[in-house]
Unconditional design. Structure first.
Ligand code: MOS
Length: 732
């Protein structure tokens, strides 16, 4: 690791993007392209008994209709949490079973998209209906203790000390329950696939966070060798966890293209994505938190009911993070999963931590008021250097610094503690709130291959995907610094299975897994250049050395692992699987941290909530690309505002499915909802987690924004919001 903060460079793909030259997955239109559209289920659950395709087949331009009767040769997808590649184990159109309303039941392929859509609307399906359970609170939604749920990676409840006894004996305590609606990520780029065969070889263009899973998952489902498949995903128009895994359309597009002998494009419309992709599960959390009279937390009891599907256990990791918020004297968790007749929920940006922080950080705020303590002070008092669960030290934990610097930047000392004590000139109630957030510092193996040419170009292939977060810019900045070249001379080949193996980019481990490999590759290239024996002057660029050696180019490979990992982890990524490790490493525990400070203005009569000002201070280890990091942080705050005040999937209890399945009615913040957002970074390299000093940033930025807002709303109004999103009617 080289010393000193990284310089700020512009986003390296900015010009490509603004000129429309960045080619996204379904921007590709191979010659002879046909278009697919789904017909979808209109019942909550049941079985297809008959399908009348005659009207659909009569639509001009229709070439193929794929139903469960044609797909017997295809293997069902396997769930990622069972060491598979898909977001769930259930595969629509591969079976007559209907698992939830809105799932695909047939794929129509036609010469034009219009013909495909029209024909899909003419498919007549007869069903045998079954009763269904659409939501966490529906009748028949029965919790299963997570410790008893059969999964590939079992998660036990946590017990540190005797939390029940400590809670019972405590002087001050709070017992509160917090609930959250389902939330749905809505990347601008829709889910979609372009599948094109050339003889036995299949090329897939798809916006995905996991080109490796697309390749190997597809090989498994189609029953063909993985080396016959290329997946190309250089840019993604937002993923946020929705594109972690294979989706329903992938195998069907590939199958239809093979059947037809033509490339096929399937773009899943927004309304269908709401009904047949992963989402943030609804949760019910109960927190019992106690303290002694000085404000030290003596015990936390954390219970969660998290939604899953009938066909899979999407595990809850909420408690793992809850246990790391503070140095509680004792801690106990109880996690339960609640199966519903829905797609399997999944990873949506800060998948567990956003909900956990809402419950924990709200309870801490309640306890601070019980004690008459300042909300920043109580958090500083309960910080810890040791992870109470494992007994290991934290590799780096700068949350107290985040709180102090954030408080100063925000002007926290201007806050008067009493609820309703701050009023603006126009009569708006002013509230100021604080909350912290944390996110696992995961890492993983990665391969890198780097090539330097005599004309000055550096090409590096890494197992990571550019989904807009700025990894291409971070890679360019790191490689430029290590090879003493300009960032513009660096080309990164990402999300492309023609390069090194492509592992899932998620869990905020993109930088922590790929940047160490990039650095190792730069080091290996330096050594290989030195071995040319040119006696080049100190600081010579690779091109200068190659010229002295009269060589056109030089390529080297490298591989790196996270602490505690060995070569076996490479076997996982080489076969399209995930191989993350952390936050608990052999000798330490690693998390990233955020402290968010929020000002709200609540209009006293209508109770309209505004968020004019947010200050966020972040500890993500080394910052690799200041500009894109700042952009990530701002985006996390914007999402937190949406998560707190706007976002909710409205489940249709009568028929199943989601009522507000579009971004007109699934509300997200717009420009008018956003005021000033100031972000800052501690920028201290983590000394242990990897050679680059990098933790993770993409998700922690969102964690804790929601409770900082609801805590500010309490300060403004004296009303405690215990459900997200907070609506005007909650404050009347
Ligand atoms: Mo993320 S929600 O781990 O892509």
């Amino acid at each position: 690791m080289k010393a000193g903060p990284y310089a700020e460079i512009p986003r390296v793909d900015a010009y490509e993007k603004v000129r429309g030259r960045a080619i996204y997955g379904t921007d590709n239109n191979p010659a002879g392209l046909a278009h697919g559209a789904f017909a979808t289920a209109t019942i909550g659950k049941g079985r297809i008994t008959a399908m009348d395709l005659s009207e659909a087949q009569a639509v001009e331009g229709v070439r193929l209709i794929v139903t469960h009767e044609e797909t017997e040769s295809l293997q069902p997808a396997r769930f990622i949490m069972q060491h598979g590649f898909a977001f769930q184990s259930y595969s629509p159109v591969l079976t007559p079973h209907v698992a939830y309303r809105g799932q695909p039941v047939a794929l129509v392929v036609a010469d034009t998209l219009q013909a495909a859509i029209e024909a899909a609307s003419h498919i007549r399906v007869s069903y045998e209906e079954e009763p269904f359970t659409p939501a966490l609170d529906s009748e028949g939604a029965d919790p299963v203790p997570q410790a008893e749920a059969a999964t590939a990676w079992p998660i036990e409840d946590i017990a540190v000390g005797d939390a029940e006894a400590a809670y019972a004996a405590a002087a001050v305590k709070v017992d509160a329950t917090y609930t959250m609606s389902t939330q749905h990520q809505n990347p601008m780029e829709l889910i979609g696939t372009v599948a094109a065969w050339e003889g036995e070889h299949l090329t897939v263009y798809e916006g995905t966070q996991n080109a490796g899973a697309c390749k190997f998952g597809l090989a498994e489902q189609l029953g063909i060798p993985a080396e016959n498949i290329t997946v190309i995903s250089p840019y993604i128009g937002g993923g946020f966890g929705q594109k972690n895994t294979t989706q329903s359309q992938l195998v069907l597009a590939a199958f239809a293209a093979r059947e037809l002998g033509r490339p096929v494009k399937v773009v899943v419309p927004r309304r269908q994505i709401f009904h047949d992709s992963s989402f943030r599960p609804a949760t019910r959390q109960r927190v019992r938190l106690s303290a002694d009279s000085t404000g030290r937390f003596t015990a936390a009891l954390y219970e969660i009911d998290a939604q899953t599907s009938m066909h899979d256990f999407f595990q809850s990791e909420h408690a793992d993070t809850a246990a790391r918020h503070y140095g509680y004297g004792a801690f106990r968790s109880f996690a339960r999963l609640v199966p519903t007749d829905t797609p399997t929920p999944g990873y949506m940006r800060a998948p567990f931590e956003h909900a956990t922080a809402f419950a924990i950080e709200s309870t801490v705020d309640e306890l601070a008021y019980e004690l008459g303590m300042d909300p920043v002070q109580i958090r500083l008092l309960n910080d810890t250097k040791i992870d109470i669960v494992s007994g290991l030290p934290h590799s780096s934990r700068h949350i107290s610094t985040c709180l102090r610097r954030g408080a100063e930047m925000f002007g926290w000392d201007r806050r008067t503690p009493e609820p309703r004590s701050m009023v603006a000139e126009n009569g708006d109630l002013i509230g100021m709130g604080v909350a912290i957030g944390l996110y696992v510092g995961a890492g993983g193996p990665n391969r890198a291959s780097i090539r330097a040419t005599r004309n000055g170009a550096i090409e590096i292939s890494l197992g990571v995907h550019e989904m807009g977060q700025g990894i291409r810019t971070a890679v360019a900045n790191v490689v430029a610094r290590h090879l003493n070249v300009a960032p513009e001379s660096v080309t990164a080949i990402l999300g492309d299975t023609r390069g090194v193996p492509q592992m899932l980019t998620a869990g905020s481990w993109g930088s922590a897994s790929s940047i160490p490999a990039a650095e190792a590759a730069c080091e290996a290239l330096r050594e290989a250049l030195d071995a040319l024996g040119t006696n080049a002057p100190e600081g010579a660029s690779p091109a200068e050395i190659l010229a002295l050696a009269d060589r056109d180019e030089l390529s080297v490979n490298a591989a790196t692992f996270a602490p505690g990992q060995n070569k076996e982890a490479l076997g996982e990524i080489d076969t399209g699987h995930v191989a993350p490790t952390g936050p608990v490493y052999p000798d330490f525990v690693t998390y990233s941290y955020a402290a968010h400070f929020v000002e709200v203005r609540v209009e006293p009569t209508t109770r309209r909530i505004r968020v004019p000002r947010v200050v966020s201070m972040l500890d993500c280890g080394r910052v690799l690309s200041p500009r894109t990091a700042r952009s990530q942080a701002i985006s996390g705050v914007v999402w937190g505002i949406g998560g707190a005040l706007r976002e909710a999937g409205e489940v249709d209890e009568r028929y199943g499915g989601i009522l507000n399945a579009d971004i007109a009615e699934y509300l997200v913040p717009v420009n008018a909802d956003i005021g000033s957002i100031e972000v800052g970074f501690i920028d201290e390299p983590d000394p242990l987690v990897n050679r680059s000093g990098v933790k993770g940033l993409g998700e922690v930025v969102l964690v804790g924004v929601a409770p900082a807002i609801t805590n500010a709303v309490y300060h403004a109004t004296g009303i405690r919001a215990r459900h997200l999103p907070v609506r005007i009617e909650d404050l009347i």
